[in-house]
Design a protein around this ligand. Structure first.
Ligand code: GCO
Ligand code: MG
Length: 415
């Protein structure tokens, strides 16, 4: 079975997505997600100009060989653009293989290790009452694990915190989301102001209030979004220990793996990192030295199912679990791939689940289902994705940027 053609679909049903569609000579179609938020067209061009010409005529079943051919053959290895492009190809080929086998993809990855993948939703609020409303809404919808982000007194806005209108909704049944939609963005990145001391003073009191109101059962998570130094991160981890977090995410900038050693030696709060990583090499020391508890790489940004499974098999040797990135900028194609893989992995931990807009779901037609606080892939052969290409064509790309953060004195800071 040979690859006859490959087409790149760029669509913006509420936000931008890059999808690769591979068609075989006997008419089987597979989809893969290559969306890289804010830099989408770089992946689209990488695929169209450099990868699509290599795919035509290749054996559609040779997934590992194609992965190695694109990874080693390019000479220029790794990096988010390259690895998102390889992910799109890899995922589309797994979709095809499972369709040909007549099985839902997770069956080819070893079969189900659990009934569904536990997910966490995002609750947020500019203050405690708004946050509590948002948490209640998520609990009503069945979430059992919730990420908590709040405004910080003295700061106008904080990335990851909903605007007031969207704060009390945002769960599985809702279409109001707070992340940076193209429609809410200007031609240039928005700029926010950051104050680490104010943040560190405030966060423990938020978790104290949440535990006081909602009790011990609910799994709570928090994302520090790379903003802290190792010693600040250690301080935050220690101060959150009484509130028994499921994880503390991205405490320090991702480039320096050594930083996590400092954090680890000071706190027993579990650590998650890696949404901006793109290969197993980014985790080499973190996993072997057991400096983290959860791997954040999603299928979309780390070279596809083939390479995320490789990362997770390595992680399994050290009791490190998966916690795949699942914001709305990972498309339903990428989320479907993550849920199939997560269902099969023995060392699955949790899956992030930000619900896509109605528009997005109409374009991609995902068949995974949320129930009982978890996601389960559909049972049809393949990934369980039905792209409506005519509808996709009605949503042209809109340039969109993630925000930029500055300290009070104007210095650019991690956001
Ligand atoms: C998360 C993330 C996202 C990212 C976004 C970047 O944990 O979900 O940090 O909010 O910032 O996906 O594109
Ligand atoms: Mg994050």
């Amino acid at each position: 079975m040979l690859i006859e053609r490959a087409d790149v679909i760029v669509t913006s049903p509420g936000r931008n997505f890059v999808t690769l569609k591979i068609t075989t000579d006997d008419g089987v179609v597979g989809y893969g997600d290559g969306t890289l938020n804010g830099r989408e067209l770089a992946v689209a061009a990488y695929l169209t100009d450099h990868v699509v010409p290599l795919l035509t005529g290749r054996d559609a079943h040779a997934i590992e060989d194609t992965w190695q051919y694109l990874y080693r053959g390019a000479y220029w290895r790794r990096g988010p653009v390259t690895m998102a492009a390889i992910a799109a190809v890899d995922t589309a080929l797994w979709d095809i293989k499972a369709k040909v086998a007549g099985l839902p993809l997770y069956q080819l990855l070893g079969g189900a290790s659990r009934e569904r993948c536990l997910v966490y939703g995002h609750a947020s609020g500019k203050d405690i009452p708004e946050l509590f409303d948002s948490i209640r809404k998520h609990l009503d919808e069945g979430f059992r694990a919730i990420r908590i982000q709040t405004g910080v007194p003295g700061l106008d806005s904080v990335y990851g915190v909903a605007s007031s209108a969207a704060a009390s909704v945002g769960g599985a049944g809702s279409d109001s989301r707070y992340d940076y939609e193209p429609a809410r963005r200007s031609a240039l990145p928005t700029e926010e102001t950051w104050d680490t001391r104010a943040y560190l003073r405030h966060v423990p009191s938020v978790f104290e209030a949440v535990r006081g109101e909602f009790g011990e059962d609910i799994a709570l998570l928090h994302d520090a979004h790379h903003r802290l130094t190792p010693i600040q991160a250690a301080k935050l981890g220690k101060s959150l220990e009484p509130y028994d977090l499921f994880w503390l995410e991205d405490v320090t900038p991702a480039e320096n793996q050594e930083a996590l050693r400092w954090v680890r030696h000071h706190t027993t709060t579990p650590l998650a990192i890696g949404e901006v990583f793109n290969s197993v090499w980014d985790y080499q020391h973190l996993i072997r030295e057991q400096l983290i508890d959860y791997v954040r790489s999603p299928v979309t940004h780390a070279g596809g199912i083939t390479s995320v499974r490789r990362i997770m098999d390595y992680a399994a040797m050290y009791q490190v679990k998966s916690g795949m990135h699942g914001p709305t900028d990972v498309s339903p194609v990428g989320l479907a791939a993550a849920v199939h893989l997560g269902l099969a992995l023995h060392n699955f931990g949790i899956q992030e689940y930000m619900v896509h807009s109605e528009q997005t779901r109409e374009v991609f037609g995902p068949t995974y289902e949320f129930a009982g606080g978890g996601l389960r892939p559909g049972e049809e052969p393949g990934l369980g994705i039905h792209v409506d290409e005519e509808l996709a064509a009605q949503y042209p790309y809109e340039r969109a940027y993630l925000p930029v953060n500055r300290l009070r004195d104007g210095t650019v800071h991690d956001w």
